[in-house]
Design a protein around this ligand. Structure first.
Ligand code: GTR
Length: 331
């Protein structure tokens, strides 16, 4: 089904999902449309597919998930819009594009916010993670329920010109960043030229030389085919952004309390299950990249990069000083 056909079925979907009041609810089938920019088999996609199987098992097939992987419904901007109007129910997105909508979430988007994976996981698994999901769910206009977090690895710079070993190597490189000013400012502070662009436009932009490179974790770089056009992958480690699983608030309000509880519980399980899949995938992607002759280098002096992004912290972090302190205090 392409995007136009999908949108054509929206009215029918709404009829099904809003059907459930009183006695009719017991029989009404609920098909939850889910989407992700990544392909089938990618950890975030697989975790949601498995969640759907749990719904089917728990409800005797009454509730199921229909997955639209690989940007079939557009990029993350489109996914968010469609979830907001109830044209789809489950969207797996990055915290990246949510920062401008829910300011506290932007703290997770600050460069070098988390010390390492263990720190990030402890934050999202703990009270701060729960609070942030609630902030999103309670937001008066975001129109989304925050279900859970997922791992998204560490984002590193890749480009078609040369390995990035020092901040000076970024000079003059046009690097695609996610559509959020904090990221463009981060790349500019590092000396490159940050270009905001949707993930759905990136392969073409790399292929045509509209940008020299981008930044992402290894699995996105590999499965997104970016490595074919930008062969230098440099471990700058400037961002570690957890992934978000969100649910359309419009549909959520039509669900029974029992269905809501089932989805909430399965989401919490998905957060842990995806993590295992994530680490396996990371290793698989790194092996595949090496086999394909990709040059991967570690940046020796990370401090240089951390010092360079200080203006970004001053600009976006100052208003969230207390929250940042709490995150840093998580040991
Ligand atoms: C990926 C992430 C996506 C999307 C993408 C991007 O790592 O899983 O949700 O944010 O990066 O760069 O746009």
């Amino acid at each position: 089904m392409n995007r136009r056909e999908f949108l054509g079925t929206t009215a029918a979907t709404l009829a099904i999902t809003s059907f459930g009041t009183g006695g009719a609810r017991a029989q009404a089938k609920v098909v939850l449309k889910a989407t992700d920019v990544h392909p089938l088999g990618y950890p975030t996609v697989e975790a949601v597919v498995r969640m759907g199987k749990k719904f089917e098992a728990a409800t005797n097939g009454r509730v199921s998930v229909q997955m639209f992987p690989s940007m079939q419904l557009g990029g993350e901007k489109e996914m968010i819009e469609q979830a907001q109007v109830g044209a789809l129910q489950i969207a797996r997105i990055s915290v990246g594009p949510m920062g401008p909508l829910v300011p506290e979430l932007n703290v997770f988007n600050l460069p070098f916010m988390f010390r390492d994976n263990a720190h990030m996981e402890k934050v999202i698994d703990g009270p701060i993670g729960d609070e942030m999901l609630k902030k999103l769910s309670d937001h008066p206009t975001a129109g989304l329920i925050g279900l859970c977090w997922m791992n998204g690895g560490t984002r590193n710079v890749y480009n078609s010109k040369h390995a990035v070993k020092t901040v000076a190597d970024l000079k003059g490189l046009k690097i695609r960043m996610m559509g959020n000013p904090v990221f463009v400012d981060t790349m500019n502070a590092l000396g490159g030229n940050g270009v905001a662009m949707g993930f759905d436009q990136l392969v073409n932009a790399l292929q045509t030389g509209v940008v020299d490179g981008a930044e992402n974790n290894e699995p996105s770089y590999e499965t997104g085919q970016h490595y074919r056009y930008a062969k230098f992958y440099s471990r700058t480690g400037h961002l570690m952004i957890p992934e978000l699983l969100v649910f359309s608030k419009r549909t959520w309000d039509t669900l029974s309390k029992d269905d809501q509880a089932m989805i909430t519980k399965a989401s919490k399980e998905a957060q842990q299950e995806q993590r295992k899949l994530w680490y396996e995938m990371e290793q698989k992607s790194i092996a595949k990249l090496k086999e394909s002759g990709i040059e991967i280098n570690d940046v020796a002096d990370k401090k240089q990069f951390q010092d360079a992004v200080k203006p970004v912290w001053d600009k976006y972090g100052a208003q969230h000083a207390a929250l940042i302190q709490r995150i840093q205090d998580v040991k």
